[in-house]
Design a protein around this ligand. Structure first.
Ligand SMILES: [Zn+2]
Ligand SMILES: [Zn+2]
Length: 349
């Protein structure tokens, strides 16, 4: 190789490396932290234009304030309390007092605890814009948030959990769903309300991995590549339950757990994403891991019973009646047709 060629080759390599590094640390990187708060939930989304959205505050006031301080958070654009349980809203009053968020959302379902009362008192005292959790799209700079509010009428069983505010985050091609503590009943409704269009890259598993949440149909339909479970080491509820873990594993969904890995950080440029974990652990993957999105999707949109000649959208009410062992799922309409079935007359897939 002559010198000129060598010269151009080295320039090329330098440019390539520069662009690679730049893409990792570019200004357009969005970060999501799933904090290790023990047995509870707290996460924060930091957008490239420094818009900050915080969802829940966990069970430990001093811990969450320390995390926010360490991250040098100076303002919060939107603060969301998914529901009024103490493992999600402890210290909200202090966060409100210190950061005076520009807006606050909760399901609007009162609770009798002092923790809840303190949160609501702080909202009033600091005159925070209060938005009751109703269906809405919020565009915050480059972020798009979809607020999926409690069902009307409210679900009576496990009322606070099931009526959690659910949040979908979209940033360019990247998406993440924050499910609070919803249980199977609400998951089923969400599938129906979204007409099966809930597919995201990353799913914050509902209710700390409890088996009362994460129905196979919901998980298959949402079809995440990555599942994040926020729970405390050795918690008294046995979260995450083996049933949930086995389901996720059987679907090839990679699991990250705050009890094993500490705080989990996801960084994305809106196309690819990388996952960083605070601690190395036996079951969690290495500390730094690159996930490259593929176009292949795991999303299932259609369902049928092994015993029937009809196929449905997965949210069709007939699907609920199919026994788990008789349920088959299809990713595409063509696959369903190819199985020799005809479309349901009710949901018209
Ligand atoms: Zn909880
Ligand atoms: Zn709860």
């Amino acid at each position: 190789m002559n010198n000129i060629k060598k010269y151009f080759l080295s320039i090329f390599i330098i440019l390539f490396l520069l662009s690679f590094t730049a893409s990792l640390f570019a200004q357009d990187t969005l970060s999501i932290y799933f904090f290790d708060v023990g047995q509870g939930d707290s996460s924060i989304i930091i957008a490239p234009d420094n818009k900050v959205v915080m969802i829940d505050s966990g069970p430990d006031e001093s811990l969450i304030l320390k995390y926010l301080q360490n991250l040098e958070i100076s303002q919060i654009d939107l603060l969301i309390a998914t529901h009024a349980h103490a493992d999600h809203i402890t210290g909200m009053n202090k966060i409100i007092a210190k950061y005076k968020p520009k807006a606050f959302i909760d399901p609007g379902i009162p609770h009798t605890t002092a923790t809840y009362q303190r949160m609501i008192t702080a909202i009033d005292k600091y005159n925070i814009n209060y938005y009751e959790g109703i269906s809405r799209k919020i565009n915050l700079g480059s972020l798009s948030l979809t607020i999926l509010p409690p069902a009307t009428p409210l679900i009576k069983g496990s009322e606070l959990n099931n009526n959690s505010v659910v949040v979908r985050l979209d940033y360019k091609d990247f998406s993440c769903l924050f499910t609070g503590d919803i249980e199977k009943e609400r998951e089923g409704q969400l599938l129906a309300e979204s007409r099966g269009n809930l597919n995201v890259d990353i799913l914050k598993i509902a209710h700390h991995g409890s088996s009362s949440s994460s129905s196979p149909l919901f998980i298959k339909s949402v079809g995440p590549k990555i599942a994040v479970i926020c729970c405390g080491q050795g918690n008294k509820y046995g979260h995450p339950h083996q049933e949930t873990i086995s389901l996720l594993q059987s679907l090839g969904i990679e699991i990250y757990r705050t009890d094993l890995s500490g705080t989990i950080l996801i960084k994305t440029d809106g196309i690819d994403y990388q996952i960083f974990t605070e601690k190395e652990s036996i079951r969690a993957p290495p500390v730094v891991k690159t996930e490259t999105k593929t176009t292949e999707t795991q999303e299932y949109k259609y369902a049928a019973s092994k015993k029937s000649e009809v196929f449905h959208y997965i949210y069709c009410s007939y699907v609920k009646k199919i026994k788990q062992e008789e349920l088959i799922l299809f990713k595409t309409r063509e696959e369903a047709i190819a199985s020799g079935r005809r479309p349901c007359k009710k949901c018209k897939p």
